[in-house]
Write a protein that binds this ligand. Sequence first.
Ligand code: DX5
Ligand code: ZN
Length: 212
Amino acid sequence: MKIAPSMLASDFTRMGECAKSVSAADWLHLDIMDGHFVPNISFGPDVVKALRPLSDLTFDVHLMISHPKQYIRQFAEAGAEIITFHVECDDDIDETITEIEKYGVKPALSLKPGTPVECLYPYLDRLYMVLVMTVEPGFGGQKFMPSALDKLRWLKAEREKRGLHYLLEVDGGVDDTTAPLCVEAGADVLVAGSAVFGKDDRTAAVRRLAAL
Ligand code: DX5
Ligand code: ZN
């Protein structure tokens, strides 16, 4: 089980210290929002680049933006190791995956709670990971939607059926109570914002989630 604390829940006046405070985790989850694909704006590639030398964690960049393709190079050069974009975006999905691969970055696709999981079907064999949103993307601190668990089960079964190897990541409202449900349904990676950065002892928070 991999734990990916989300920097969206960190103190933006102390992002460097916050990134260092979660060194017990596996990945660092970086939420990019454009105020168009979602009704919120977060931070861009320059912030990712500034954090890169401060952390040894795998940089897991989650693009909640309408036109991801034109920004892939910038995020790759900023140090992204995994780039997730949304199947609901306005760019061509296959072309965007190809663009991610071009920079040696691992491609992943995500879907919103209201999007049927079958929309991912044509792309699964090209993906390093699928990110199942367990809240409506845009904001941290929302309530977990258990309806997403069926998507995890479907994706896990499909992976076995087709002999594929993509990881399953969940994002939104993951805490000590909801994490076991995700694990049971097939999650390999847990994104946690508030459940990690909301705690004083981040190492303990990460270890507790990893142990569930
Ligand atoms: C939501 C983001 C999440 C968010 C998770 O749009 O993609 O990564 O930061 O925050 P919590 O864990 O607080 O729900
Ligand atoms: Zn995210």
